[in-house]
Design a protein around this ligand. Structure first.
Ligand code: UP6
Length: 259
């Protein structure tokens, strides 16, 4: 089966956030997401401003930061997203009952809905998590469900993955999956894969890495998510360009080779 291009996927997709992300990917020729896991605002903003031109998405973990503030961090990220044309995903991995997730999402400490476009959610609590978020998530924003993890001996069994896919199908605000491969035939959602590194096979805490080619060509995912491979490198911009080029070439190769 021939792999569809971003432009074809964009036409199939119904959710605004999917259309927007695919347009960015096509325009900037990048399927790289930066996992900006830095713990201070100054470092985070500097990294994102430098690497921003090369990515379609910046992923954050606001709860690892020592000095997060809505004005100082959230709004500045939003400005950079506009300047460099990328989307923002807060990797909050919501996993509690619906009511608690709703309170967490709307907490004024972070005001996630004001500056992030996407948020990640686990499926462990069932459909209630995504259902509750659909009450509070702004139009044009969406949830990305964690269907499969990159870590060694993770508990995302095939049955679990199937159940997560079912939740994804049942809710319009689910716009993609965090997964290790393209987990379904659906072309109207995005498949995003963390656990990507060119130089390492893993870390000491269970992370497992694959190459951009493995993820994009063999596993047929759409977006690679790279953290330490970029921000721990001596030259983050040069590394980001390297990841971007390898990952985007893998995409262009896979749309030209008939399967
Ligand atoms: N992440 C994973 N694996 C998953 C889900 N999420 O690594 O299954 C997230 C981590 C981290 C990033 O929370 O922010 O992706 C990976 O970072 P790294 O490239 O530095 O390993």
């Amino acid at each position: 089966k021939k792999r569809l291009r971003y432009s074809e996927r964009r036409d199939i997709a119904s959710h605004k956030a999917v259309k927007r992300l695919l347009s960015i990917m096509e325009k900037k020729k990048t399927n790289l997401a930066l996992s900006a896991d830095l713990t201070t605002t100054d470092k985070l903003i500097k990294l994102v401003d430098e690497v921003g031109p090369h990515v379609c998405l910046v992923k954050t973990h606001v709860d690892i930061m020592s000095d997060f503030s809505y004005d100082g961090t959230g709004l500045r990220l939003k400005e950079l997203a506009k300047k460099h044309n990328f989307m923002i995903m807060e990797d909050r991995k919501f996993s509690d009952i619906g009511n608690t997730c709703k309170l967490q999402y709307t907490s004024p400490l972070y005001s996630l809905s004001d500056w992030s476009d996407l948020v990640t959610c686990h499926g462990i609590a069932g459909p209630g998590t995504v259902n509750a978020l659909s009450d509070v998530i702004p139009e044009g924003s969406g949830c990305v469900l964690v269907a499969e993890m990159s870590s060694r001996a993770c508990l995302t069994s095939s049955e679990y993955k199937e159940s997560v896919l079912r939740i994804a199908r049942d809710f319009d605000n689910v716009i993609g999956l965090i997964c290790q491969r393209k987990l379904s035939e659906r072309e109207d959602i995005l498949y995003m894969t963390p656990g990507v590194n060119i130089d390492k096979e893993g870390d000491r805490l269970g992370q497992q890495y694959h190459s951009p080619e493995e993820v994009i060509i063999r596993k047929e995912s759409d977006i690679i998510i790279v953290g330490r491979g970029i921000y721990e490198s001596a030259d983050p911009v040069a590394s980001a360009i390297q990841y971007k080029n390898r990952s985007y070439s893998a995409y262009t190769e896979s749309i030209t080779i008939p399967e």
